[in-house]
Design a protein around this ligand. Structure first.
Ligand code: BES
Ligand code: ZN
Length: 482
């Protein structure tokens, strides 16, 4: 009788302890060598379902997953979560299929606006947001704080768009099947080809092998979220309107096996969404190598990688915006870029250091901003991100309604621009002045269709005066200031 009681108590404790480990057994794929090693060390915690080339489909305990995670620094890398046995096995055979998506050629044509944008990248903003995210304490995907962080990020991105008067920007939560935490997606609608998408992303969740209640995840990956946020903000500040649609993504549940990004990329692929390319920013703020950026060359696209290198060669050779780079390997689909690669999309992963020289504090309670103490390193990645977004999405060719040009009257009188827009019968919202280098020198809201704007402080020269009706429509006139 005593023995039976003990067995019952032991069973209760056992079920409690596995409950405390956040979840139950799950399916995944991983490097075959890792699967075999785990099988040797923890024979009862992993089942190898199938193997092909150097990959294995497995069924494992959360503990086996953690053990694998802990080996990341020596690099027995990780695993990719799969929702069923079929999915895990199918993934092994996926890479052999040709990409179903069209590939486009990359060009560098937007020098003026890119150079202006580089000057606007603000390192302090990046630092502030890393600290903000670190302060949740944990963003482990199944904690309330993780969902809170996603809701808060949506509000932050919406406020940012509003600040810059962007009516072409929307932010949504993407709810998932395999995690309660949503991803956050900000969309800047393209004016010319809105059904072509340019994606940047990072993961919003965090993890810690020392216990997921203390997982600040400052470098992994608050740094990436802060990097893409600052790049987007700079694009808004410079007034960049894209031809293609841009999507900025904060993925949920990367740390348990790329769960959020896998569901997004798979939905996009199933719906035949034309994603030109996706660039991942995961760990950008630890300066561990001689080069600033290490382009990860496995599970990424060679032509996208060389385009990003060309961008650095073109925009970042010397001076305050200098960025040096090299290449490195992750040896595995170690972040969300792999989800896009798995669906046949072009993806890249510019990383903070060469593999092995990266921040050694990730996945611990010590992954805090204080390890770096400045966001200088991440600012370089924000610049690269802005360059990629502008040059891939391209500046919007806004429709200028020629039919309205004659009904917009402007004259210059006493250092004032005098305008009368009544003949157009439209609601004009703002007027902007561009110099001959294409720089926006002044912009102001319009409250009436008749009025004046002081141009007293303008240097002599020719300016384009652009009266805006909405995001897509405006009317331009040239003026000469003497
Ligand atoms: N940011 C890491 C990936 C990483 C770590 C890249 C170290 C390069 C060096 C990412 O958040 C992560 O932890 N990935 C997992 C794999 C994933 C499929 C669960 C990993 O590498 O263990
Ligand atoms: Zn991680």
């Amino acid at each position: 009788m005593k023995k039976l009681n003990l067995i019952i108590i032991a069973l209760v404790l056992l079920s409690l302890s596995s409950y405390a480990q956040d979840s139950t057994n799950f399916y995944a794929t991983m490097a075959l060598s890792d699967a075999k090693e785990l099988k040797k060390d923890l024979p009862n915690e992993i089942q190898i379902l199938d193997e092909r080339r150097n990959e294995a489909a497995v069924y494992l305990t959360p503990n086996a997953g953690h053990v694998l995670h802990d080996r990341v620094l020596v690099h027995g890398p990780g695993y990719i979560f799969k929702k069923s046995e079929e999915d895990a096995i199918a993934a092994l055979y996926k890479d052999s299929k040709e990409s179903p998506h069209t590939r486009m050629a990359f060009t560098i044509t937007e020098d003026a606006i890119v150079n202006q944008t580089l000057d606007l990248i603000n390192t302090q903003n990046i630092e502030n947001q890393i600290l903000e995210l670190e302060n949740y304490g944990t963003r482990y995907h199944n904690r309330a704080a993780a969902t809170q962080a996603a809701n808060d990020l949506k509000v932050k991105w919406e406020a940012m768009a509003t600040t810059y008067g962007r009516t072409d920007v929307s932010v949504r939560l993407f709810n998932h099947v395999n995690t309660g935490m949503p991803s956050v997606i900000m969309t800047i609608e393209g004016v010319q080809t809105p059904d072509e998408f340019v994606v940047v992303g990072g993961h919003l969740d965090s993890t810690s092998s020392q216990g997921n209640n203390d997982a600040p995840g400052a470098d992994d990956d608050a740094s990436g979220i802060a990097t893409i946020t600052e790049a987007a903000r700079a694009l808004f500040e410079v007034g960049f309107v894209p031809n293609r649609t841009i999507e900025v993504m904060a993925y949920a549940a990367e740390e348990i096996g790329l769960v959020g990004s896998a569901e997004i990329a798979s939905q996009y692929s199933n719906n035949n969404v034309n994603v030109i390319s996706a660039v991942q920013f995961d760990m950008t703020n630890y300066n561990g190598s001689a080069n600033d950026v290490s382009f990860i060359t496995d599970y990424t696209d060679g032509s996208l990688n060389s385009f990003l290198m060309q961008l650095a060669d073109h925009y970042n050779t010397t001076g305050t915006h200098e960025i040096t780079y090299g290449t490195s390997l992750c040896n595995y689909g170690c972040s969300d870029h792999a989800s896009w690669t798995n669906e046949g999309y072009m993806a890249a992963f510019p990383f903070e250091a060469n593999f092995g020289q990266h921040n050694g504090n990730i996945h611990t309670a010590n992954d805090t901003f204080s390890i770096s103490g400045t966001a200088d390193h991440a600012a370089k990645f924000a610049k690269l991100c802005a360059e990629y977004l502008i040059e891939t999405a391209k500046s919007g060719v806004l429709s200028i309604d020629e039919s309205l040009v004659d009904s917009v009257l402007v004259t210059i009188y006493n250092d004032q621009l005098v305008y009368n827009l009544e003949g157009a019968n439209k609601n004009f919202k703002s007027v902007a002045f561009f110099d001959m280098q294409g720089r926006k020198v002044y912009e102001t809201q319009i409250t009436s269709n008749k009025g004046t704007v002081s141009i007293e402080s303008f240097n002599a020269g020719i300016y384009v005066v652009n009266f805006r009706i909405d995001q897509k429509t405006s009317v331009s006139k040239k003026i000469v200031v003497k």
